[in-house]
Design a protein around this ligand. Structure first.
Ligand code: 9MR
Length: 493
């Protein structure tokens, strides 16, 4: 195992630093894919669970852990993982440097080994992570601007294609904010402020079935600037229809930081934006029973808090082993914090929406949220004051907007509108790209052709447009010019 010090996250207000230690683990043989297991039916009236996963599943939640590839030969670890956990995250094996060591050359053997073991033992898997300032492929260091942007898009497409339909969540973007609530400066940030939304749009197009998350640390305290920065980004994404389904709060209460009293407010506030929330990397200095119990209880009180993952299982697995921050000791025995977590899981006061046929989830801490389902683009309804409809049946129009340009390409958006008096059932937009340009990626639509005249038809979920309704699709174009496409047409069957 190789040890390294990396980027040092810091809560400046309290002058703390955290060491990031860890290792890159051995590759193991990949086996065929295994279908995702589904969540147990929530039932708060049933008997208490005697394991972490059983207790979490009572309320439709999961209890997860992180494992490195080296744990695949550690029977002590595997025994507890199999008994107690139903979600797994790879510590390093699905990160960009691990999955694409050289440009366009993807390697999944280490990630697959963890995926296969976890799914063969009834667990679901959380993908971590696709775009991050740390642990990048070495060749990214030589890239910037449009070439780095294109490399990020290619990376997301390459990795997500491999895991398509197999994962429960992807941490699409990790740790993109600074402590003061602004964007962290990084090579990715230097490609343009829209890099995060481009990452999410790319991810949605690559795998519409997986939930797409933003993941960060030090966003647990509701009044902290960084929490507000992330919150505002997600609110903005939801208002503009940028696809995002969840926020991961890493919940590292280590290195001096501790459970804030407003943690539940943070969780419910994020949830009220219409995203799931999850505690994704929990660990607590000396495994304080009150903090572990408190963080669990906060999650159990917020319907959209879907689960908790600890960053390792035993103290000997921890990136901060000297703080003994996990639920099991070095002899694999559960610690007192294990009992406080188990009790808090069993005392859940809410179930996750959709996990129960007779929900016992009053909106205690977050109001019911009406958000579009994961894969729906925004489809607007006509305003109540719309003029009387006089258009012809099935009149489809397309309007182009240049969203962003850079040296070697641009991001475009097309709004498809139904100006007719009856619903459109399916639409196809034809557009002509300038010479030398190719479409790299389309979301909320399906393209035929990548250069010259390209046609884009509706995706499965946005083909029906009522009178005066609109929807949008987006695309990325590579090329030496940023000339907008010409000769648009829209037809409907
Ligand atoms: O636990 C991981 C450790 O092995 C790596 O060396 C380190 C490198 O950046 O990353 C650790 O995992 C981090 C996670 O990916 C993101 N949040 C902080 C985690 C702990 O540092």
């Amino acid at each position: 195992m190789e040890s390294q010090m990396r980027d040092v996250p810091r809560r400046r207000a309290r002058g703390r630093t955290r060491l990031l230690l860890g290792g890159v683990c051995a590759a193991v043989i990949a086996v065929a894919s295994v279908a995702m297991t589904t969540l147990a039916h929530a039932d708060l009236s049933g008997p208490p669970g005697s394991t972490l996963k059983a207790a979490a599943e009572r309320s439709g939640r999961y209890f997860g852990a992180a494992m490195g590839g080296d744990r695949l030969s550690d029977s002590g670890f595997l025994t507890i993982a199999n008994r107690e956990f139903d979600m797994m995250t790879a510590v390093n094996e699905m990160k960009p440097d691990a999955t694409e060591p050289n440009s366009g050359q993807f390697t999944f053997s280490s990630g697959d080994a963890i995926y296969n073991w976890a799914t063969q033992h009834g667990m679901r898997v959380r993908g971590h992570t696709l775009a991050w300032h740390a642990q990048q492929p070495r060749f990214w260091a030589n890239l910037s601007g449009s070439s780095l942007r294109a490399a990020m898009i290619e990376h997301i497409n390459g990795v997500m294609a491999h895991y398509k339909g197999k994962l429960a969540y992807w941490d699409v973007v990790n740790e993109a904010f600074a402590e003061n609530g602004s964007r962290r400066s990084s090579n990715l940030q230097s490609t343009g402020n829209d890099w995060i939304e481009v990452a999410f749009r790319t991810a949605r197009a690559a795998d519409p079935s997986v939930k797409l998350c933003y993941n960060d640390y030090n966003i647990e305290n509701w009044t902290y600037a960084k929490t507000q920065g992330v919150y505002n980004m997600i609110r903005d994404f939801k208002s503009r229809g940028v696809p995002i389904d969840c926020v991961g709060l890493q919940t590292h209460f280590t290195g001096g930081s501790s459970l804030p009293s407003n943690f539940q407010t943070t969780l419910s506030s994020f949830g009220a934006l219409g995203v799931d929330v999850a505690l994704t990397e929990a660990d607590v200095t000396n495994a304080s029973t009150s903090q572990y119990g408190g963080l669990t209880q906060a999650c159990m009180s917020v319907p959209r808090c879907v689960g908790i993952t600890t960053w390792g299982i035993r103290d000997s697995d921890s990136w901060r082993g000297s703080e003994n921050p996990l639920l099991f000791d070095r002899n694999s025995s559960p610690k007192p914090a294990y009992t406080s977590v188990l009790n808090a899981l069993n005392a859940a006061s809410t179930t996750v929406p959709g996990s129960s046929t007779s929900p016992s989830s009053p909106p205690v801490s977050s109001p019911p949220v009406s958000s579009p389902p994961a894969s729906s683009p925004p489809v607007s309804s006509p305003p109540p004051s719309s003029p009387p409809v006089t258009g012809q049946p099935g009149t489809c129009t397309a309007a182009f907007r240049m969203v962003n340009t850079w040296g070697g390409g641009y991001q475009g958006e097309v709004t498809v509108a139904n100006g007719g008096s009856t619903a459109l059932n399916g639409w196809t937009v034809r557009l002509t790209l300038a010479g030398g340009q190719t479409i790299a990626n389309v979301w909320n639509g399906v393209n035929t052709g990548t250069s010259g005249t390209v046609s884009v038809r509706n995706a499965d979920y946005n083909g029906t447009l009522g009178p005066n309704a609109t929807t949008t699709f987006g695309f990325l174009v590579n090329g030496s010019t940023n000339t907008a496409p010409g000769s648009f047409s829209c037809t409907s069957p």
